[in-house]
Design a protein around this ligand. Structure first.
Ligand code: NAD
Ligand code: SER
Length: 323
């Protein structure tokens, strides 16, 4: 990869992906962009520029000025927020993606665009969802994800833009909080376990969803962008997963380290209905076959690492706030 642009660079994925890309390809070769309010609150090193991806001219100017040839497009509105503000979510998710695709076409950039488990809906089979199957999501977020998959396919077929992407499951990380999704509980539960030894979950105890620890999600994005494209059939929407888990299973795993941890349930009807419209787990064999996808972390390994790293982070933040 030459010069890389990351949009939504200060979100849950972007904050870690930007750092990983800078470590791999050089600090000066990765330009981070996000909305101004996000940049103002960050303490990142390296070039970071404020840009709304709905602003085509500013984005296009940045791509030309820095000679960008690869874009990781992460700017988006996630499922729970999108369901509260569907018109806004459609405008941001589709408007930003359209601008990125047009800029990639004009400037001959390769692009990575994530889709989601949310691209599936109630008509999709619930277990072992195949790579190519019925989608028909019933959430605005999911609708923008399917439309995005199709638009990326179109730009590849029509204009030969090198578009690639994965359907991420819920992502669990300790560095940056998630941005308003249905799977956010799977991050909150670790914070609350360490801080209060108790968590009130907004999803039902047996709600199964695919999940993944952030290091695997970062590896997926970089591996897919590095692989020789001649072996790729499903360019834009590879099913990937690392585990299919429920709130009660995560709680049980946390109790192996924090035995006094308790979980209660106070169901949020909106997020429960979104989760109920998504499958339990995806079949990721196409990603395994086409670009050797292979996650490292299962629930046990992730929980051990998450509790240890998050505990260190919370302690250092507490010391910092006392000083
Ligand atoms: P996030 O909400 O944490 O971050 C998104 C970032 O985009 C934010 O920093 C926000 O400020 C920025 N943004 C929003 N509107 C913008 C605009 N108009 N212009 C520029 N920046 C804007 O989201 P994330 O979790 O990092 O997700 C990144 C991508 O991965 C999204 O496409 C999301 O749908 C997808 N994804 C995420 C998950 C997950 O669990 N985190 C799962 C599946 C798919
Ligand atoms: N984690 C995301 C969400 O819940 C899934 O795409 O919105």
């Amino acid at each position: 990869m030459g010069k890389i642009l990351v949009t939504g660079a200060f979100g849950q994925i972007g904050s870690e992906l930007t750092q990983a890309l800078r470590e791999k390809y050089g600090l000066e070769n990765v330009i981070a962009t996000d909305l101004k309010r996000k940049l103002d609150s960050s303490h990142d090193s390296g070039i970071a520029l404020p840009v709304d991806c709905l602003d085509f001219d500013t984005l296009n100017k940045i791509v030309k000025t820095y000679g960008i040839d690869c874009i990781f497009h992460l700017a988006s509105i996630l499922s729970a927020v999108a369901e509260e503000k569907p018109q806004f979510a459609w405008n941001v998710n589709m408007g930003c993606l359209y601008n990125i695709l047009e800029i990639a076409r004009e400037n001959k950039c390769r692009i990575f665009v994530p889709s989601s488990i949310a691209s599936f809906g109630p008509l999709t089979q619930i277990n072992d969802v195949p790579q190519d199957t019925t989608q028909r999501p019933t959430t605005m977020y999911g609708i923008t994800k399917v439309a995005g998959e199709l638009l990326c396919d179109y730009y590849y077929k029509k204009y030969k833009v090198d578009t690639r992407g994965v359907r991420y499951p819920g992502l669990i990380s300790y560095k940056t909080l998630p941005g308003g999704g249905t799977t956010d509980y799977a991050v909150e539960i670790y914070y609350e376990a360490l801080l209060h030894k108790k968590y009130v979950c907004y999803l039902e105890e047996k709600t199964y969803l695919d999940m993944m620890y952030m290091p695997d999600a970062i590896k997926a994005a970089i591996d897919l962008m590095e692989v020789d494209s001649s072996g790729l059939c499903h360019r834009n929407a590879f099913n990937i997963t690392a585990m299919s888990v429920s709130p009660e299973e995560i709680a049980a795993e946390i109790r192996k380290t924090i035995p006094e941890f308790t979980i209660e349930y106070n169901i949020d009807p909106l997020r429960q209905s979104i989760a109920d419209s998504w499958p339990n787990n995806l079949d990721d064999s196409a990603a395994k076959e086409e670009w050797s996808w292979n996650p490292e972390y299962d629930l046990q390994a992730m929980t051990k690492d998450m509790l240890s790293k998050l505990s260190d982070k919370l302690k250092s933040e507490a010391i910092f706030s006392i000083k």
